[in-house]
Ligand binder design. Sequence first.
Ligand SMILES: C[S@@+](CC[C@H](N)C(=O)[O-])C[C@H]1O[C@@H](n2cnc3c(N)ncnc32)[C@H](O)[C@@H]1O
Length: 235
Amino acid sequence: MHRTTHVRPPVSVAVSVALGTVGLLLSAPTLLVAQPHAGHEEMQRRHRSSSAYIAALDNPERDAYQKPDEVIEALQLQPGERIADIGAGSGYFSVRLAEAVGDTGQVWAVDINPDMVLHMNRRLRDAGITNVRTVLAAPDDPLLPDASVDRFFICNVWHHVEDQAGYLALMRRMLRPGGQVVMVDFQKRDLPVGPRVGMKIAKADLLAQMESNDFQLAEEHDFLPYQYFLVFTVQ
Ligand SMILES: C[S@@+](CC[C@H](N)C(=O)[O-])C[C@H]1O[C@@H](n2cnc3c(N)ncnc32)[C@H](O)[C@@H]1O
């Protein structure tokens, strides 16, 4: 039997960070400039504002370090693939994934925040994108069919997931044979963007967790300045 690890930030900080990853990215000036960390109340105030959250996720200045087009290119997606974008947020990656998999492909844009799903529904309709389905999911379940997903794409989300081992088990069930889990997340060190160090998951811890939950590292891309970019397959 495999050991199950659960990589989480300390409870004291995890509680306040339901939307924490971009809490420090909320205004354009904070996006690329080192800032003192905001206080708890300020963070909560920011988190309450989904429109500010969405604006931060879609801030064009984010592209400088997030390099979304290079990320999509590195994935070498094939037309017809079925991708689940877990914690899709504003749809920042979902719309790009949709273009890459084409009309014969399918993207599930999964989020637990109804404001994000509403925003994505409007965005997709207005852009005429028809190969993305939004999913208002549960925090512990992306609610996708079994054996339906070629790749899970998870960017800046994993530390939000409480029952990570349970979530990995569900993803294994939902993956098609040969499917992948792609994880992009902030390096666990002081950075000018992203959440506090204490909230982040170190790459080594994620690697150990994935291995102990029957995933193996298949690829690693190192062109992102602040984030690791790992691709896993089922062992
Ligand atoms: C920092 S944002 C990242 C958005 C997007 N992945 C991106 O890179 O632009 C985190 C998103 O994850 C969502 N989220 C948090 N916990 C989640 C969970 N358990 N399942 C699905 N989505 C979750 C939040 O509502 C939020 O929209």
